[in-house]
Design a protein around this ligand. Structure first.
Ligand SMILES: [Zn+2]
Length: 255
């Protein structure tokens, strides 16, 4: 991680909106800096500019009637993406990948491979800072840049956004709404092999499973356990679907 001198930290955290991104990075340096940042409750969405811009659909699970489960991977594309794609291909499982724009720009070949294999490619963020560290215009610009990185690699235009850490607020929901993105959280998490193995028997129809294929969390053992558990869930009779397909199945079941 880039380091900041104390003088740099104090300067960047004092310039408010323009320094929000730098302040976010500097926030990990010490409590002194955190105390100087604006409270998250200061943040409000810009005035609505058109009907329908009042919120965005936000989901963490679908109904049992959907009959399906969605497996998702965040933070890529990166180190474990090729292995995850191989394992998903062997198991015949579609997944949804929530990408970082910086990584999508660096690995367009992996983005194209994800889309080409029938997986859904969606937005995580330009980098991995939470939405609270970015002003509305900056956040929107970064989401646009991430979507461009994804489509430039040959994937369809994303329809879903999972903000880093699952954190959202009014400005973030307006960014999502104004771009037609649904916000997707999760109901199951797989931080370690034992938890991943526990998906068998704990995840039911409508479940959305969070996994990672890059950054700090994944290991080869973990991604193998995650995909093996998803395959076992599939063997028990639940369909595995992309998130958009899960939401379509949910809508069809409730209509
Ligand atoms: Zn993440």
């Amino acid at each position: 991680m880039r380091s900041f001198s104390r003088r740099q930290v104090l300067r960047t955290s004092a310039v408010g909106a323009a320094g929000a991104a730098a302040g976010g990075a500097a926030g990990v340096v010490g409590g002194r800096v955190l105390a100087q940042r604006r409270s998250p409750t200061d943040r409000v969405a810009p005035r609505p500019v058109a009907p329908g811009y009042l919120g965005a659909r936000t989901v963490f699970q679908a109904s049992p009637g959907s009959g399906a489960v969605a497996l998702t991977f965040d933070d890529g594309p990166g180190e474990f993406t090729p292995l995850v794609l191989d394992l998903l291909g062997e198991a015949g499982i579609p997944a949804t990948f929530f990408l970082l724009g910086t990584s999508a720009s660096a690995h367009p070949d992996l983005v194209a491979r994800e889309a080409g294999a029938g997986h859904e490619v969606a937005v995580h963020g330009w980098d991995h800072q939470d939405v609270y560290s970015k002003e509305y215009d900056q956040l929107g610009d970064e989401i646009d840049r991430t979507m461009s990185a994804i489509t430039s690699a040959g994937a369809p235009a994303p329809r879903l956004w999972r903000p880093p850490y699952g954190r959202v607020d009014a400005p973030a929901l307006m960014v999502a709404a104004s771009r037609g993105l649904d916000v997707v959280l999760w109901g199951h998490h797989t931080p370690d092999v034992a938890t991943a193995q526990g998906l068998v028997g704990s995840v039911g129809a409508g479940g959305i499973i969070l996994s990672h294929d890059a950054r700090s969390q994944p290991t080869e053992a973990l991604v193998r356990a995650v995909v093996a558990a998803a395959a076992a869930v599939k063997d028990q009779g639940l369909a595995l679907a992309t998130v958009s397909e899960l939401l379509r199945l949910d809508a069809a079941a409730s209509s």
